[in-house]
Design a protein around this ligand. Sequence first.
Ligand code: ZN
Ligand code: FE
Length: 256
Amino acid sequence: MAAYEVVALRAFADNYIWTIRDGSHAVVVDPGEAQPVIDYLKREKLTLAAILNTHHHADHVGGNAALLAYAPAPVFGPRDERIPEVSVRLADGQHFQLPHFDIDMETLEIPAHTRSHIAFVGGGMLFCGDTLFAAGCGRLFEGTPRQMHDSLTRLARLPDDTRVYCGHEYTLSNIKFARAAEPDNTLLPALEARMQALREKDLPTLPTTIAQEKATNPFVRVNAPGVIKTASARAGKTLSDPVSVLAEIRDWKNNF
Ligand code: ZN
Ligand code: FE
C-alpha cells in the first residue's frame, strides 16, 4: 500500500477538512469551504481524487461545488438530496475503494446529529463528522438520544487504536464539560493538560482514538457510575438506563 498521511486543513472558526494525501493525490473530507483546499492542492501540486461528505450541513459541504468546478472528482456521501453534489450515495455497510489510495472504506449510518449522517471507516481511521467529538458528541438536530446512543455505541465497538478524525476542534470545551459530568474520572485532568499544551502551540488535538473516547467521553460513558450519578442529580431522580443518562447530559451540555 502506498504511504499516505492525513493533514488537517482549517475552515471557518473551528472546522477541520481532513485531507488524506500522498505525493500526488488528495482526498478531502467535508470541505465546508473550497478555498483552503484549492490553495493546498495548488501549493502541494496535488490532484483531487475524491470528496467525502459525512452530513449535509453547510460547514461540511459548502465548498463541494466550487471545489468540483476547480477539479472534477467523485463525491461519496449519504443518501440525502440536500447534498446535490454527491455522485456515489452510500448505504450502511457499503464498502468502496478510496480512489487512488488503496484503502477499503466502509460506510456506517450514524444518525442523530442529522438523520442521514454517515461515517467512513478504513485503514485504521474513522471520519465521523459531527457525531463523535473528542470528549463530546454532536447536538441532536434531527435525531433522538436513543439514536445518538446507538450511533456512539457502534463507533465505540471499533478497534481501540482506530484514529478518530472529528469535524471540529471542540476538545477543550468538551473536556471542561466532561470534568463536570464525571468529576471522579481521574484521566480527565491529565488529558486536559495535554490538549491545552497542543492548543497553546496552535496544533489540533485530533485525531483522538476509540480507546481514549471510551476512557474519557461522558457521552460514550453513560454506563459509568460517576456519569449516572451527576446526570441523576441534575434530573432530580435516579436515571437507570443509558439513553436517559445521555439525554440528560446532552441537555446539560447545551446549556453549559
Ligand atoms: Zn453538523
Ligand atoms: Fe459541523
